[in-house]
Design a protein around this ligand. Structure first.
Ligand SMILES: C[S@@+](CC[C@H](N)C(=O)[O-])C[C@H]1O[C@@H](n2cnc3c(N)ncnc32)[C@H](O)[C@@H]1O
Length: 148
């Protein structure tokens, strides 16, 4: 089962699910309110979505709710540059435009801190940089966060 609130992207996801994932259901809703019972999922996958959810803390609490004890959130996300850097400042400056024009994408989210704040333990992430727009480098994290 997948969640995607945007109508156009949900249609693309439905097609991809039909072609590649044995027709997984695609629900048009946000990750902040996932219509499945508590503890009903073994795993949740998020790729470049925790940057875009409207309320990251609520979305992570919701992911925790749907995962069973021992369940795991696997993720790949772009995240804020280190504190005190010009890049981080620039990310905050462009954030309002980015949120407005790029499907809610906020370039300066501290997703590792948010995972810990939502109660995931342990959180095991690898941090690395990938090329971004205009010759920039963008910090990413990839890994797992567990529900104890
Ligand atoms: C950068 S795109 C990534 C799309 C895809 N996950 C991928 O890896 O290619 C971010 C996606 O998050 C979706 N999104 C925005 N708000 C969301 C929310 N509240 N819950 C779940 N997804 C959301 C956007 O519609 C958009 O499709």
């Amino acid at each position: 089962m997948c969640v995607e609130p945007d109508r156009h992207r949900a249609a693309l996801l439905r097609r991809a699910a039909r072609e590649r994932f044995r027709d997984a259901a695609v629900l048009r809703c946000g990750a902040e309110a996932i219509p499945v019972p508590d503890g009903s999922a073994d795993a949740v996958l998020s790729t470049l979505a925790l940057c875009s959810v409207r309320d990251q803390h609520r979305a992570l609490l919701e992911v925790r709710r749907v995962l069973r004890p021992g369940g795991v959130l696997r993720l790949l996300e772009h995240v804020a540059a280190p504190r005190g850097t010009w890049t981080r400042l620039a990310q905050h400056v462009v954030a309002p435009c980015s949120v407005l024009l790029d499907h809610g994408c906020h370039p300066a989210r501290d997703t590792e801190a948010a995972l810990l704040g939502a109660g995931f333990v342990p959180v095991e992430l690898e941090r690395f940089r990938l090329p971004g727009a205009l010759g920039t480098w963008v910090d990413h994290v990839a890994g797992e966060a567990e529900v104890a």
